[in-house]
Write a protein that binds this ligand. Structure first.
Ligand code: ZN
Length: 217
């Protein structure tokens, strides 16, 4: 397959991640979405299920990886590609390494929480160098793919929170610079307020459901 066809394939699969992420926000989740594909075909796909299941291990990437293993009936995913809206966290990166995923493609960097740009898990050579029986080689990593569309998903979800997340250096290619800017002596939003804002869509959805249950006979 030539380079142009590869890019078209990546684009199609990343856009599926965006769809999953956008849809998940209607269910009170943060806009995360992931796809595991092999030879351009989707093996498994998932959005975050953290809020719906009350389980912090239900990250989109982990759910998709787990489902891909189930579908293929094997632990190793060497011939698979993981697509994700956001750079996988250390937890998901560890799973990626242990399943030996061959390639990881994501839109938004995560300089504060990422398993590559912050914590050296996805790209750590000593893992596979010293324990090749357990960990796969460092996968090919493509970051910043469809970056603007990825940012748009988060901005559509909540422009206010997205603004603060960028300023805090959580996501995006400019996040590093933003992180340094937050060190300037200015009054910022408190962490408690920030997390309350993050939880607002979930709380809102819960209250709406509670109200619906009350009005039903
Ligand atoms: Zn994760």
């Amino acid at each position: 397959m030539n380079e142009l066809a590869n890019q078209a394939q990546d684009l199609k699969l990343m856009r599926r991640c965006f769809e999953l992420a956008r849809h998940a926000t209607h269910d009170g989740e943060l806009p995360f979405g992931a796809v595991v594909a092999r030879k351009g075909e989707i093996i498994a796909e998932a959005a975050n299920r953290v809020s719906r299941e009350g389980d912090i291990t239900r990250h989109a990437e982990l759910v998709a990886i787990s489902e891909a293993q189930r579908v293929l009936g094997r632990k190793r995913l060497c011939d698979c590609v993981l697509y994700s809206v956001v750079e996988p966290c250390p937890m998901c990166s560890f799973a990626s390494r242990e399943t030996r995923i061959g390639r990881v493609v994501f839109a938004l960097n995560s300089p504060l929480m990422g398993g590559c740009s912050k914590w050296d898990v996805l790209s750590n050579e000593s893992l596979s160098g010293k324990l090749p029986e357990v960990f796969g080689a460092v996968p090919e990593i493509v970051s910043g793919f469809c970056l603007q569309e990825g940012e748009q998903i988060w901005n559509e979800w909540n422009p206010f929170i997205w603004h603060f997340m960028k300023r805090r250096g959580c996501f995006g290619v400019t996040a590093d610079a933003a992180l340094h800017r937050t060190k300037a002596p200015h009054q910022g939003i408190s962490w408690k307020t920030f997390t309350t804002l993050l939880a607002w869509p979930v709380l809102s959805a819960t209250r709406t459901m509670a109200r619906r249950n009350q009005v039903q006979p």
